[in-house]
Write a protein that binds this ligand. Structure first.
Ligand SMILES: Cc1cc2nc3c(=O)[nH]c(=O)nc-3n(C[C@H](O)[C@H](O)[C@H](O)COP(=O)(O)OP(=O)(O)OC[C@H]3O[C@@H](n4cnc5c(N)ncnc54)[C@H](O)[C@@H]3O)c2cc1C
Length: 469
């Protein structure tokens, strides 16, 4: 069959299976682009309303060899949840699967369908003083959290999504549309190979996640926050270690921002007040301490001030302010938009052993200044877990000098520096069409071959996801 009749036959079969859960033509457009404005054209959008619908969809996809791209809330940043430009890939959106299947405060767990948004899940959990402690600047869906294995600002205390998943229900792309039920909300399940791990952080490959059981944490009841200026990134690391010594597992965030990035916020959003200007600061950190035990605000602040005093006496800290955390999060949350106003942003999401982070950022800033003097470099992110969002900003006036080829060259050269410093080219955003070439270049062949073998065993026709490992 040639391409057009084949596509029409696929669309007819999917429409017959999904009924009003099938979209074609212009109504697919909202599903075709993600938060990074990466997108394509869909064969159509399947919107199953249940696990049974998803299984039926998988059976038809296998029979008609339709490629499927699972999609949550499209807040992903690597193009993994949207179709390519061929018009042959079917988006599977879980936006109709929004049921809370079970909420068990005694077990501190919640089981939700793949389309449930993090904010909705947390509204339910909060009724029993609980939360899913994944803290992002976006509002993803449960399936997308699992697919991307999101990290976020409180990873230092609570870990990534992987650490908070108790179970998943998954539909496979085989002739039977097999449903894997590994959903039981058990904290201990050491009964052989853990199949859930085949789907967490798989970037949409291997299977369609239809439901997830998450472990919940007690809501934080006491907290304190500081905004701290450091003379160097090495000093920021010394500050991080001092706060960990003082507060142990109560340190819930240590977000750093280069002085240049904070200057961008001050210039772009004057209403977002930066508490002080420390002329000699190389970087700042938002430090948050929090615990589920109520009534400790004053004690935490007293200890934080004592820690900051000691660091100031050692000349590690240049200046600091304590205030309710929301005030400082406004600065942190404004960073990506503020930096983007200065030019075309080339974004990097990289990670290092914490001890190597300071040297890498200094090296990257110096290299950009020397090799690309017209560009500016802004670093910020999750210092506490070794994560760094580096944005190289290309001024609009010279953007034509930095076309796709130049951008690829710059990106490749920077990733080489990341690897030399012992880091990873994808800290938390995952792998998608945007960076799969670097996956192939930078991940050792033995690891890639094993990933490919697993993918082939689970999805032998290669129908699911944008990434072939
Ligand atoms: C402003 C902003 C701030 C962000 N901050 C952070 C941050 O701090 N840390 C971080 O880690 N990320 C961050 N992100 C990225 C993003 O929010 C996360 O990757 C999130 O987990 C994506 O969820 P989603 O529901 O939007 O998924 P989508 O973007 O729709 O999909 C993400 C991946 O999951 C797969 N997928 C989706 N649903 C399913 C399913 N049901 N079954 C199988 N696979 C599925 C997709 O195919 C894709 O590979 C941020 C994004 C934005 C826009």
């Amino acid at each position: 069959m040639n391409a057009l009749p084949e596509r029409i036959a696929q669309q007819r079969a999917l429409a017959a299976t999904l009924g009003d859960g099938w979209l074609e033509g212009p109504s697919c457009e909202p599903y075709a682009t993600d938060a990074a404005l990466i997108g394509g054209v869909a064969l159509g959008v399947a919107r199953p309303a249940s696990t049974a619908d998803t299984s039926a969809l998988a059976r038809v996809a296998v029979a008609h060899r339709v490629a499927l791209v699972a999609q949550g809330a499209r807040t992903g940043l690597v193009g993994a949840a949207v179709p390519d430009r061929s018009g042959t890939q079917c988006v599977v959106s879980f936006d109709r699967m929004r049921a809370i299947r079970a909420f068990d405060p005694a077990n501190r767990s919640i089981t939700v369908e793949a389309g449930v948004r993090l904010s909705d899940l947390n509204r339910v959990a909060a009724e029993a003083g609980l939360c899913l402690p994944i803290d992002l600047g976006s509002d993803p869906a449960a399936g997308g959290l699992v697919g991307a294995n999101a990290g976020g600002s409180r990873l230092i205390k609570y870990g990534d999504v992987r650490r908070n998943v108790l179970g998943v229900e998954v539909v496979l792309a085989d002739a039977a549309g097999t449903v894997i039920d590994a959903l039981a909300p058990l904290r201990k399940r050491n009964a052989g190979f853990d199949v859930t791990q085949c789907f967490i952080g798989a970037n949409g490959a291997n299977g369609l996640v239809t439901a997830v059981s998450f472990a919940l944490a007690p809501l934080e009841r006491s907290s304190c926050a500081a905004f701290v200026a450091f003379a160097s990134y090495d000093a920021a690391l010394a500050g991080l270690l001092a706060f960990e010594r003082a507060f142990g597992e109560m340190l819930s965030a240590f977000e750093f921002m280069s002085a240049a990035a904070v200057d961008c916020v001050a210039a772009a959003f004057p209403a977002v007040r930066v508490p002080f200007a420390a002329g000699d600061a190389a970087c700042y950190a938002l430090v948050e301490i929090a615990t589920g035990m109520p009534g400790l605000d004053a004690l935490l602040e007293e200890r934080a001030l004592a820690t900051l005093d000691a660091l100031a006496n050692e000349r590690v800290v240049l200046d600091a302010a304590c205030a309710p955390a929301e005030r400082f999060w406004r600065i942190r949350d404004a960073l990506p938009a503020a930096v983007a106003q200065g030019g075309v942003p080339l974004s990097f999401d990289v990670s290092f052993p914490r001890g190597a982070l300071a040297a890498f950022i200094t090296d990257a800033e110096q290299w950009i200044a020397a090799a690309h003097p017209s560009l500016s470099c802004h670093a910020f992110g999750h210092f506490g877990d070794g994560g760094c969002h580096l944005v190289v900003s290309i001024p609009h006036a010279i953007a034509q000098r930095y076309g796709p080829l130049q951008q690829v060259a710059l990106r490749g050269a920077l990733y080489d520096r990341v690897v030399r410093a012992g880091g990873c080219f994808s800290a938390e955003h995952g792998v998608g069409p945007v960076n799969v070439a670097y996956y192939r270049k930078l991940v050792p062949a033995e690891s890639r071959q094993l990933a490919a073998a697993v993918q082939h065993a689970i999805d032998p026709l290669g129908l699911i996801g944008r990434v072939r490992y």
